[in-house]
Design a protein around this ligand. Structure first.
Ligand code: NAD
Length: 301
């Protein structure tokens, strides 16, 4: 059996059309919408992400400011950048890219974001709303995982509720910005949920958990972590990982956390990297900035 490849780009294109329609409605009401990314330092993945977001924003004709600070920027400089964006009426949504350099506190910087502009729900108030199942903004990566699954189910003619209610979703990776939000969204769909992180791998028990998964969501940031032996026959595998690897000629390629060729032998359906979750994430972020603009005009929640 060879698994179906789920085409994230096609799903992203459909989402982009829907967001374009929302932007048209927003503009008809003479409302402003814009987003800003804040990159501190020069992390490869973060820079690539900021570039992709800027490209999608340009395609949708949404104002996008890319703020870049040097890796040795002080706490005061980083906070000042966030505060300036909080106060800028041309910016409805702000994304502070991770990882931050070790001398800066994520908790402090995320806590300084205006909650109504915090389109990744990293401010403690927004993270709390998300955990309670009443998100102000659904963070882009986890949202994309479930938008992709929902879209695939619709395309396959399967009833979403029935599918989720009968499924065990295993999420590998438990970061605040990907794994934990994905767990919250799986709970919201009333699925059974298992959360696994690196300690399961260290203890040699990763496969024991992942082999139970009807839906396996992998967001560990470890190239090739998931092989054939980790996949239950007939599972749906969603690979969130984006890992730069250098080939023999010195060129950098992006690969996922799942060994696609191996996992395909067992899975029912699987997402490629690139071309799976990533393209949807970029559009979702712009969507959140558009929604932020709409709700800001209506006043604070
Ligand atoms: P992170 O480093 O903050 O968190 C990784 C998590 O995985 C941690 O909980 C860690 O315990 C766990 N983990 C690490 N090694 C493991 C192992 N061997 N076995 C099991 N669990 C392990 O990373 P993150 O920000 O959550 O991102 C995860 C991956 O997703 C990265 O590759 C990142 O580039 C990618 N990412 C993709 C998108 C997208 O749009 N597709 C968006 C954001 C992040």
């Amino acid at each position: 059996v060879t698994a179906e490849l789920i085409d994230g780009r096609k799903i992203a294109d459909a989402l982009k059309e829907a967001v374009a329609a929302e932007i048209t409605t927003l503009r008809a009401g003479h409302r402003r919408c814009g987003l800003a990314t804040v990159l501190v330092g020069d992390d490869y993945g973060s820079r690539a992400y900021a570039r992709r977001v800027a490209r999608v924003a340009a395609e949708l004709d949404v104002h996008c400011e890319s703020v870049e600070l040097p890796g040795d920027a002080s706490r005061g400089e980083a906070l000042a950048a966030v505060e300036r964006l909080n106060a800028d009426p041309a910016v409805s949504g702000v994304l502070v890219l991770r990882p931050l350099p070790p001398h800066l506190s994520e908790v402090e910087l995320f806590g300084a974001l205006a909650p109504e502009k915090d389109i990744e729900s990293v401010h403690p108030v927004n993270a709390g709303l998300l955990a309670q199942g009443i998100p102000r903004f659904v963070p882009s990566t986890a949202a994309s995982v479930f938008h992709l699954l929902d879209s695939w189910l619709d395309e396959a003619g399967e009833d979403r509720a029935r599918f989720y209610h009968r499924s065990l979703i295993v999420v590998v990776g438990r970061s605040n910005n990907v794994g934990k939000p994905a767990i919250s969204l799986a709970h919201d769909r009333q699925a059974a949920v298992t959360s696994v992180d690196e300690w399961a791998s260290t203890e040699g028990r990763l496969g024991r958990y992942t082999r139970q998964a009807d839906v396996l969501v992998v967001a560990a940031g470890v190239a090739g972590l998931i092989t054939e032996e980790h996949v239950r026959p007939g599972a749906v595998v969603v690979d969130v990982g984006i890992n730069p690897v250098r080939d023999a000629a010195g060129r950098v390629h992006l690969v996922g956390d799942v060994d696609l060729d191996q996992a395909r032998r067992r899975a029912r359906a699987i997402t490629p990297v690139p071309g799976g979750v990533g393209p949807i994430t970029d559009v979702w972020l712009v969507r959140n900035a558009v929604r932020a603009a709409a709700s800001q005009e209506e006043g604070p929640r």
